[in-house]
Design a protein around this ligand. Structure first.
Ligand SMILES: Nc1ncnc2c1ncn2[C@@H]1O[C@H](COP(=O)(O)OP(=O)(O)O)[C@@H](O)[C@H]1O
Ligand SMILES: Cc1cn([C@H]2C[C@H](O)[C@@H](COP(=O)(O)OP(=O)(O)O)O2)c(=O)[nH]c1=O
Length: 199
């Protein structure tokens, strides 16, 4: 069954669209598992707390993202796909390439090793990239009372993250759909409707 991932820089609108998307799919009468990364399992959520708050070496950060992902695949994603459920994950491995390679500067070849190891060939069937200008996303986040270790990064970090996401969308056109996300929620949903109808 389809494995769908939502990606984009912080403030792009992923979490806002996710419940709507899940309801659309549930209306078909199928089981829909909604999950997120880093996290999605009890251990993964503990790793998430560390990743969002604790200063650490950039490679430690990458390794912990993939450790959480290994657990997530084993406990949540693979069992759900095997029993015929749809899985929607708020972020997956494209986020590691965008943030740890694009943002932090780790070589993509390093992450590809982890990707092969942890995923053993599994890729999302559909990746929705909510693409938004960094300044617009920044303004949306500015209303948040507390920002985590990633959200506190400067504009140039998010420009690199965004560029890497767009690069990957160009590299893997079969599974990526880029959704322009500066617009109103209704306009974005109009774009999402046919994409969802096709899966
Ligand atoms: N299209 C939009 N127009 C205006 N505000 C939006 C839009 N999409 C999301 N927001 C707001 O921006 C903030 C960040 O959105 P969120 O969905 O949490 O982003 P993400 O999960 O991608 O980090 C939230 O306050 C949300 O209400
Ligand atoms: C999955 C993943 C997330 N991240 C980062 C991106 C986000 O800033 C942060 C948490 O993601 P997210 O849950 O989208 O944050 P929020 O709900 O606060 O918008 O983790 C990585 O750096 N690498 C990864 O592989």
């Amino acid at each position: 069954m389809p494995f769908i991932t939502l990606e984009g820089i912080d403030g792009a609108g992923k979490s806002t669209h996710l419940p709507w998307l899940a309801d659309k799919l549930r209306a078909r009468g199928v089981e829909v598992v909604v999950t997120r990364e880093p996290g999605g399992t009890p251990l993964g959520e503990k790793l998430r707390e560390l990743l969002l708050a604790e200063p650490m070496h950039v490679e430690t950060e990458a390794l912990l993202m993939f450790a959480a992902r290994r657990e997530h695949l084993d406990c949540v994603i693979l069992p759900a796909l095997r029993r015929g459920a749809y899985v929607i994950s708020d972020r997956f491995t494209d986020a590691s390439f965008a943030y740890q390679c694009g943002g932090r500067g780790i070589a993509e070849s390093r992450l590809r090793i982890l990707e092969d190891w942890v995923q053993d060939g599994l890729q999302p069937d559909l990746t929705l990239l909510f693409d938004v200008e960094v300044a617009v996303a920044g303004k949306r986040l500015a209303t948040n009372a507390s920002l985590d270790r990633f959200e506190q990064q400067q504009q140039d970090f998010f420009e690199r993250v965004r560029a890497m996401y767009l690069q990957r969308a160009g590299q893997f056109p079969a599974r990526f759909r880029v959704v322009r996300s500066e617009r109103s929620l209704d306009e974005i949903r109009d774009d999402l409707e046919p994409i969802i109808a096709a899966i």
